[in-house]
Design a protein around this ligand. Structure first.
Ligand SMILES: [Zn+2]
Length: 361
């Protein structure tokens, strides 16, 4: 299962969704009252099937309840049932039974198969109305539930749960190992010489991010315009970081399918920032490594690191000679000892592989 979170566009019509959430709050409270009354009289907990049946009858008689679909009502019954089950099991540990809630502070409602339809692009139909959302990533797999959620600030989000394709993890042994060098131009260079570039949409996203940042800094402090610019920046940031994460997952799967042992240099983020500036944190090597290590552990692949002080760039991978005055701008260099012409990044990746295997052995 995979959860996708999308923010809905701010729009007047969102009040309809908020009204639906409020109605669910009202139904929740009605259920809690029923539970309590039932317990007072019969000293028993209402069975969730009986309650669902009873609510379906009520919903038919009460036009206001029809604002929300029957599945959403069922979901409220399930939520309350779960809360009571947790209470029965763990009340000695301080878990409280579910309580009445203020309708306006009630948070969400959930739809399973009916009541919504994705119309393609960034549009979703809920009930009879079409809403737009910030479509930060494609939904993969089969949609199980869609939850409309209200944040404390009154913003609305869609939480979509789908059975993701990366649920089934295939273990393939290839007997291959590789070293990897992170870079600015190329995201990764492998010891096989493959260059993995940051995707174009991420580069464009970074431009958008920089622009949103500039816009914000131009607005007057405390103004409504500044608040709007701040929200816009947040949205851009969120959408980029989702896209990036998506790409990281795919890349992690691709590399762990191809290699059994993967070696990297230990990151020195502070040092890199000083050397290259802010951009490095945008590339988020550390985030990628975290994802990669997780995926590798699931597939039984190993990820190793060589020390931060290992001179991976300055060492000739053919003869081991150290080229002392190599500068950051030198992309290609000729070894003074064996005359091999070394591509800077590939050479570093090969050295990382060799050193990694040496340490592992
Ligand atoms: Zn050499």
């Amino acid at each position: 299962m995979k959860t996708y979170k999308f923010k809905l566009y701010e729009a007047d019509r969102n009040r309809h969704l908020k009204r639906m959430i409020n109605t669910c709050g009202f139904i929740w409270n009605h259920c809690i009252a029923l539970h309590r009354r039932f317990y007072r009289i019969f000293k028993k907990h209402i069975n969730k099937y009986a309650l669902t049946k009873h609510l379906a009858k009520l919903r038919n008689r009460n036009p206001r309840w029809k604002l929300v679909g029957s599945q959403s009502v069922q979901d409220i019954v399930l939520r309350i049932d779960r809360a009571y089950q947790a209470f029965f099991k763990r009340h000695s540990k301080g878990v409280r039974p579910p309580r009445f809630q203020k309708c306006r502070q009630y948070k969400s409602f959930t739809m399973t198969q009916a009541g919504y339809k994705f119309l393609g692009g960034n549009r979703i139909k809920i009930g009879s109305r079409v809403f737009q959302y910030w479509n930060s990533r494609e939904i993969e797999g089969v949609i199980k539930t869609v939850t409309v959620k209200r944040s404390p600030l009154g913003e609305l989000f869609l939480n979509v749960v789908a059975t993701g394709p990366d649920q089934e993890i295939v273990k393939i042994e290839t007997g291959k190992s590789a070293g990897f060098d992170f870079g600015l131009k190329m995201f990764l260079t492998t010891s096989d010489g493959e260059e993995i570039e940051s995707p174009q949409f991420l580069k464009m996203g970074l431009d958008k991010l920089a622009k949103a940042n500039r816009d914000l800094s131009r607005k007057k402090k405390g103004s409504a315009n500044r608040e709007r610019a701040r929200l816009h920046l947040n949205r851009v940031y969120e959408s980029i970081s989702n896209q990036r994460k998506d790409w990281f997952w795919k890349l992690a799967h691709k590399l762990t399918d191809k290699y059994d042992e993967l070696y990297f240099e230990t990151l020195n983020l502070d040092g890199m920032k000083r050397l290259w500036g802010r951009k490095v944190s945008d590339l988020a090597f550390a985030e990628f490594l975290q994802i990669l290590e997780w995926v590798a552990s699931k597939k039984g692949k190993s990820v190793g690191f060589v020390g931060r002080w290992f001179p991976s760039s300055k060492t000739c991978s053919s003869c081991g000679h150290t080229h002392k005055n190599l500068e950051l701008k030198d992309r290609v260099w000729r070894c003074g000892n064996c005359l091999t012409v070394n591509d800077r990044d590939k050479n570093a990746a090969i050295n990382i592989l060799k050193e990694g295997q040496r340490i592992a052995a």
